[in-house]
Design a protein around this ligand. Structure first.
Ligand SMILES: *Cc1c(COP(=O)(O)O)cnc(C)c1O
Ligand SMILES: [Zn+2]
Length: 466
């Protein structure tokens, strides 16, 4: 099978629609600078006629391509032949029915599910996309791969480079904004780490220039192959629900790669006749990084088959520049003001009758504490989905009877600083880390009890608190 005939890259702008070979590497359409999709000639590809087919692969655990939660679905992202696939066992994730947290969100028991992507090998959903981008990079013979990152993309890239030894990682980070858990991963996995005096949006601009000038393979989510891997998060959600489509998918929005990938996943499954309806999509911004909210919800910018009026986008960005506005939120993974996948996300919102909301850092940390009390540790950005679902239930947009899936994008240990500051009860630590973000109180704090080193006082403290 000649893969490149069956898979190709295509510009998403309907007025352009230029196509490119799957063996080429572009971060934008060379003709019009819009984003590229990976597209397939489905009629000539062996697509199973029932989704249960994928579930059956699950039992073949000895085969790495069946064990991987990404490549088990290879037929739905067939851009590379099996022998070129790179996998480290990503995508062993969990959809958990979260009855303990359902009352907080405001839905009926049995209706809230959390898709916990913290179980990935590098601790975030980024591994889904990285295994796909890595596979593509390998198939075109790349020797070095680069990304700009708020932390998790670099941790993932560094891990794939270290495990497979197929490439060298070069990562760009902004100053002072990266959570320690993530930085520690990149350093330990041996990535060449470049810290720019600037924020994530600055690092993103620079990495694209450097990748172009030095011919380094770029794995940021402008890379359309990454989004192919991220589609599988939704396949696994469906698999866990015995192939029933939920009513809502709620996801945090940063660079908007996930929301874009989810829209593409559902739209393809629908076109292939593998699902009979689409879920609704809710993308949740942090108030301090609210570009999508401002554009979609406030200014009413819409995709409209690629013909929507985008003048509001340029105006919004001009205003950010004029007012020197920088993204600012405790949820560092979504602290992004110029999301690279904006247009694809608008398309996904169109496909899935989507809504966008913003939540405060206070709401995010309170939701995170509730998720934690339910036994799943997530990082702040992840909890935006739960805070957003709660808001949408209160607004009456989500009905308490509806089935809601919130995506928890990353592991709790990625960013322990915020968690400890929230729970510690130490006013100085609280103000330093959280007060500066406008967080006023820790509604669900679980404080440590200080006791003298005396047995009877220790026993008394335990008895009086239990
Ligand atoms: C990257 C990341 C996000 C943002 O996802 P996008 O696809 O860029 O919108 C959210 N949460 C975590 C933990 C992340 O690592
Ligand atoms: Zn184009």
């Amino acid at each position: 099978m000649l893969q490149s005939e069956l898979a190709f890259q295509k510009c998403i702008a309907p007025d352009c629609g230029a196509t490119f070979d799957v063996q080429e590497m572009h971060v934008a359409c060379p003709r019009c600078h819009d984003l590229l999709d990976v597209q397939y000639d489905w009629n000539r590809l062996p697509v199973p006629d029932r989704l249960e087919y994928f579930e059956r692969k699950w039992s073949r655990r000895h085969d790495p391509l069946c064990h991987s939660g990404v490549w088990r679905f290879h037929e739905l992202l067939p851009f590379a032949p099996a022998e070129q696939i790179v996998t480290v066992g990503e995508g062993q994730t969990l959809l958990q029915q979260a009855d303990g947290i359902a009352p907080y969100v405001g839905v009926q028991p049995g209706r809230l599910h959390l898709q916990y992507e913290g179980l990935n090998p590098s601790g975030s959903f980024k591994d889904n996309g990285m295994s796909a981008a890595f596979t593509h990079a390998r198939s075109i013979g790349a020797k070095r791969a680069a990304c700009a990152s708020t932390g998790n993309t670099s941790a993932s890239l560094a891990m794939y480079c270290a495990v497979t030894r197929l490439m060298k990682a070069v990562i760009f980070i902004g100053s002072g904004k990266i959570a320690y858990g993530k930085l520690s991963q990149a350093l330990e996995y041996g990535a060449l780490t470049v810290q720019i005096a600037g924020d994530f949006d600055d690092a993103m601009v620079r990495v694209q220039q450097v990748a172009r000038d030095l011919g380094i393979y770029l794995v940021n989510s402008v890379n359309p192959f990454r989004l192919e891997g991220q589609k599988t998060i939704m396949y696994r959600v469906l698999e866990s629900l015995r192939w029933q489509v939920p009513d809502w998918i709620v996801v945090p929005g940063g660079n908007l790669g996930n929301s874009s990938a989810f829209g593409k996943a559902f739209s393809e499954l629908h076109c292939l006749g593998l699902i009979d309806r689409l879920p609704r999509l809710a993308v949740i911004n942090a108030c301090g990084a609210d570009t999508l909210y401002q554009l979609h919800q406030v200014r009413g910018v819409r995709w409209r088959n690629g013909h929507g009026d985008m003048s509001g986008v340029a105006e919004h960005y001009e205003r950010l520049t004029r007012e020197h506005k920088k993204a600012s939120t405790i949820a560092s993974a979504i602290e992004i003001n110029r999301p690279v996948n904006l247009r694809k996300c608008l398309r996904a919102l169109d496909t899935c009758d989507g809504v966008v909301r913003q939540v405060s850092d206070q709401d995010i940390l309170d939701a995170k504490a509730q998720v934690g009390a339910g036994g799943i540790g997530c990082e702040p950005a992840s909890a935006a989905s739960v805070a957003g679902a709660r808001l949408l239930v209160r607004e009456g947009v989500i009905d308490p009877e509806q089935r809601v899936v919130c995506v928890l994008t990353g592991h709790q240990l990625k960013d322990p600083t915020a968690t400890v500051a929230y729970h510690s009860g130490d006013p100085q630590k609280f103000n330093e880390v959280l007060g500066s973000r406008g967080v006023q109180h820790a509604s669900f704090a679980n404080r440590a009890i200080a006791v003298p080193n005396e047995l009877d006082q220790i026993i008394q403290a335990i008895e009086s608190h239990s």
